[in-house]
Structure formats: structure tokens, C-alpha cells
Design a protein. Structure first.
Length: 324
């Protein structure tokens, strides 16, 4: 090969590499959406029936909205609105056009939040206007509203992370009740208890516990709790968090250890299949069609910045195909 031909070959090779890099970068851009707030620390994510995403913020508070197909989010519920503080679990109820939001005073964890409101509350906002409609305080000495699921009758079920309790808000009520208290959900010290929650296609409730890494089924009969069964997982779980139904008894779940999982329940066993890994403290997942949107919380940088340093900016919501 002549020197001239060698130079031409090298130039062609460089162009091919650069072109492929551009394609990869563009592909990555379509699989993630950046959040503009440098203090976003997204804690939860939910989707409406039209594919609009709603994201909470543990540090800043408020709710960000991302319309389907949009490349960036927009502030929707401003921090502190309707006496909210740090926002955690968010869940759309398409039937009633409501967005349910967990609001918590996180000052004991070094996160002041956007308002001085104390305690833990379940807040309901009109999905069409963003107006606050319902505010229900969680009962108990150390309440912590984490995540929610909605039953067929419209009741909102809430995981109370620092108590072994599942709470329920009946339609039209503004007062949460203890629906189930079970020592299988006992909170370790130090540590956190109940976290992710979802109804399965069988009508029963499925919940996980964050620190112990457990997965449970709670039988539901005419709105009344029945047998609680600890499911045997195909591998150990590392800080399981957000849990959402795909269909039947197939769920998606994130683990704080950095993965997005497919969870398939068969009788008293749960198969755990890792769909994607390498997330920085994923906190929640929402399903839109055949896509799972993962909130990458990076919470370790918020709670222990000395050890873990600053977060990687910008914060992202990342898409993973469920057709695997």
C-alpha cells in the first residue's frame, strides 16, 4: 500500500469512528431526558395514560412534568405548593384525574426542603390544573409517606416506611387509616422498611422492604387484608425501591444497588431478571407502553456528600426497553 493510500485509509477509518460515535450519542440522547434543576435528586416517577411523566424531587420539592416526546421537563407544581415539602412517591390515578404525592419533612436527614411544614402527608393534585385538592396527614409518632398504589375502588394505599404499616385513604376521605400492620415489615435499626408497592393482576398487593431486601404478597379480599407471604426471590435483592405492574404478575422494580429488574411472580416465588444496570441510586420506575422510565436519584451524593462527592450533572430520567 502506498503512503497516499495509507493516509486515505486512516482518514476513512477516523470518519467512520466519528460517525458511529455521533450515532451512539444521538441514540443515548433519545434514551434519556435531562432535568434542568441541579438539585433535582428525583425520588419517584409516574406516567399518565397519555405517556406524560411526572417526577418528584427529594431535595427541591415540587413536581416536574415531561410531555410524551418532549426532550426536557418543565416545572409543574412549584416547590412548597399546597404546603408540600420534600416530594417522594408520585402516582397518577387516571380514573379520577389525580396526581398523588408523598410530602415529607426531611430536615432530620439534612435536607431542609422548600417549606417549614412538619410531618408527613399524602397530597392529591388535580391532574388537569395542578390545584391541590386533598391533604391527609400520616398517623403515628414517626410517619414517612414513601409510595402508593391504587385499588379498583379508588382507594390509595401508602407504604409507611418507618412503621410496619400499610395505610389506606378511601375515596372522598381526608383521613388515612392503618389498613394493615404486620411485624414481618418491622423496621430495622438503622434502616428503612416498606417501600415499593403495586397491585398485581390477581388483585393482591405486592410490597418490598428497602433495607432487608424482601418481597411480599398481601392477599386482598373485598378490601380486607388476608395472608401475608414472603416470596422467595431467585437472587438476593439490594435495596429494592420503586415497584410497578407491567401486566398479570409481571412487574418492574429498581434496586438501589443500580439495577432495573423484571419481576415475575409464580406462586410463592419471584424470578428476578436484570434488564439494565449501572444506574446511580435508581429510586423509581414508570411504565409507558413497552418502555420503562427510570429515575436516577443519585441520593448517596445528597445524604453523604463528603464521602461520595457532588452528583453527576445533569440528573437524568432514563428509558429502558421492556422488549428484551
Amino acid at each position: 500500500m502506498t503512503k497516499r493510500n495509507l493516509v486515505c485509509a486512516v482518514i476513512v477509518l477516523v470518519c467512520v469512528v466519528l460517525f458511529n460515535s455521533i450515532l451512539v450519542a444521538r441514540a443515548n440522547d433519545t434514551n434519556r431526558i435531562a432535568l434542568s434543576d441541579n438539585q433535582a435528586y428525583p425520588e419517584s416517577i409516574t406516567a399518565s395514560s397519555d405517556g406524560t411523566l411526572y417526577i418528584s424531587s427529594l431535595a427541591s420539592g415540587g413536581v416536574t412534568r415531561i410531555s410524551r416526546g418532549a426532550t426536557k421537563g418543565e416545572p409543574w407544581i412549584k416547590p412548597g405548593t399546597f404546603d408540600t415539602r420534600s416530594t417522594l412517591g408520585v402516582l397518577v390515578d387516571n380514573a379520577t384525574h389525580m396526581l398523588w404525592v408523598c410530602s415529607n419533612d426531611m430536615s432530620a436527614f439534612g435536607v431542609p426542603g422548600p417549606s417549614p411544614v412538619s410531618g408527613s402527608h399524602l397530597k392529591g393534585f388535580d391532574l388537569r390544573t395542578g390545584e391541590g385538592k386533598v391533604s391527609a396527614a400520616l398517623p403515628g409518632a414517626r410517619p414517612f409517606c414513601n409510595d402508593m398504589a391504587i385499588s379498583q375502588d379508588g382507594s390509595v394505599f401508602v407504604t409507611n416506611t418507618f412503621a410496619p404499616q400499610l395505610l389506606r385513604l378511601k375515596p372522598g376521605s381526608t383521613q388515612l387509616e392503618v389498613w394493615l400492620e404486620d411485624q414481618q415489615f418491622a423496621v430495622p435499626s438503622p434502616g428503612a422498611g416498606l417501600d415499593g408497592i403495586a397491585f398485581g393482576g390477581d388483585g393482591h398487593l405486592y410490597v418490598n422492604t428497602f433495607t432487608k431486601g424482601e418481597l411480599f404478597r398481601i392477599e386482598v379480599h373485598n378490601g380486607v387484608p388476608g395472608k401475608v407471604t414472603k416470596l422467595q426471590t431467585s437472587r438476593p435483592l439490594v435495596s429494592p425501591d420503586g415497584l410497578r405492574l407491567v401486566s398479570g404478575l409481571t412487574f418492574v422494580m429498581v434496586e438501589g444497588g443500580g439495577t432495573l429488574d423484571r419481576v415475575i411472580v409464580t406462586q410463592d416465588e419471584a424470578s428476578i431478571e436484570t434488564l439494565a444496570e449501572g444506574f446511580s441510586t435508581p429510586t423509581a420506575v414508570a411504565v409507558v407502553g413497552t418502555t420503562a422510565w427510570v429515575a436516577e436519584g443519585q441520593l448517596s451524593h445528597l445524604f453523604d456528600p463528603v464521602k461520595n462527592g457532588p452528583p453527576r450533572l445533569p440528573f437524568y430520567i432514563k428509558a429502558v426497553s421492556l422488549e428484551k
